[in-house]
Design a protein around this ligand. Structure first.
Ligand code: ADP
Length: 337
């Protein structure tokens, strides 16, 4: 355990947007320095709002937060010097070259002369942009632009780097390349990386610790292995032919030998079982007795999706679909402050 102050310490952050949208409902977060920390949650869970507050772009209605030891409300300028931010939307100037973007960014942070030129060359090389450095950014591929964004966030050698959905919009190949890049960054001495993502696989691969965010608060936190390890046995997922009565189905499956944690979500029924394959015939028979016909059944080792289901009470993909439906109803003029 590190003896340094935590890179991030947030207590009971509350944030409501106009129209009575609760974005954060008591967010508590501690991130140790020098780690890669993943905030994982479906769209609308409150990840970006958390990052906006921690990066001083928005104020909470109440609650406190420090980043790199500085209070976000009392010393936002100190926080800004200590952090790098890679937002979902690129901040790079498309008609300037990659090199010009980096030089400008460095100068904005007060770097001058040979120091900023040297840092620019170093970052261009490091992010495989040396050849493209003198070309306009608008000609870059999605992956190149994203790598430049990360380089821009690192120019002034921040202590904490925030990456908001770093691979959204990238094709699979560029996504894998970005994952390798982030994994390499994690080796940088002392750098803390706070990553938000709605990709289960991304969090699983990159983050040493994960906090699962749902409806504006953290529902569970730990290493990916700890979280998955808490789920005993296999996951058995069944798809019913038609939606049944939740109470009847739950009652039919609860108490079957070796079966626990029954969850019914529309036509999807999930349980955990010590031996998933052995439990399937028992489950199918019990469901048939309860009048629920099963269209498909699968057995799987625990995944982060199962962890999410257990703590949030619904599936990750379902939460994405439900929350996405709410988005058009929002007032876009609500503003981030
Ligand atoms: P995430 O990053 O996990 O997708 P957000 O922090 O963006 O979640 O959003 C949390 C909730 O706050 C959602 O319901 C979202 O629609 C709402 N929200 C976010 N920004 C605004 C805004 N500027 N105005 C109104 N509502 C917002």
């Amino acid at each position: 355990m590190s003896t340094r102050a935590p890179a991030v310490a947030a207590r009971d952050l509350i944030k409501t947007y106009p129209g009575d949208v609760t974005a954060l409902a008591g967010m508590d977060l501690t991130i140790e320095a020098g780690t890669v920390f993943g905030l994982l949650g479906p769209n609308g869970a409150g990840k970006s709002t958390t990052v906006k507050i921690l990066t001083t772009l928005a104020r909470p209605d109440s609650g406190t937060a420090t980043v790199a030891g500085h209070d976000v409300l009392r010393h936002p300028d100190r926080v800004r010097r200590a952090i790098g931010v890679v937002a979902q939307k690129s901040g790079a100037d498309p008609v300037a070259t990659g090199r010009e973007n980096l030089l400008l960014q460095g100068r904005l942070y007060g770097m001058r002369g040979a120091a900023v030129r040297h840092r620019t060359d170093e970052l261009l090389a490091r992010f495989d942009l040396a050849d493209a450095g003198n070309r306009q950014v608008k000609g870059y591929s999605g992956g190149m632009q994203r790598r430049l964004d990360v380089a821009l966030g690192l120019v002034h050698r921040p202590e904490v780097l925030f990456l908001d959905e770093p691979t959204t919009g990238l094709d699979p190949e560029a996504r894998t390349a970005m994952w390798d890049e982030i994994a390499r960054l994690a080796g940088d001495e002392g750098l803390t990386i706070v990553l938000t993502t709605h990709y289960l696989e991304e969090a699983d691969r990159l983050a040493e610790r994960i906090a699962i965010v749902d409806r504006g608060r953290i529902v569970v936190e730990g290493t990916p292995d700890e979280l998955k390890g808490e789920l005993r046995g296999d996951a058995v997922h069944m798809e019913l032919r038609a939606e049944g009565d939740t109470g009847t189905i739950t009652a039919a499956l609860t108490g079957l030998p070796g079966v626990h944690e029954v969850a019914v979500d529309g036509r999807r029924v999930s349980v955990r079982a010590g031996d998933g394959a052995a439990a399937v015939p028992l489950l199918l028979a019990a469901l048939e007795r309860a009048g629920a016909a099963v269209a498909a059944a699968t057995v799987a080792r625990p995944s982060l999706d199962d962890v999410y289901l257990r703590y949030a009470g619904r599936r990750f993909a379902e939460a994405e679909a439900t929350d996405a439906r709410h988005i058009p109803a929002l007032t876009p003029a609500g503003g981030a402050r």
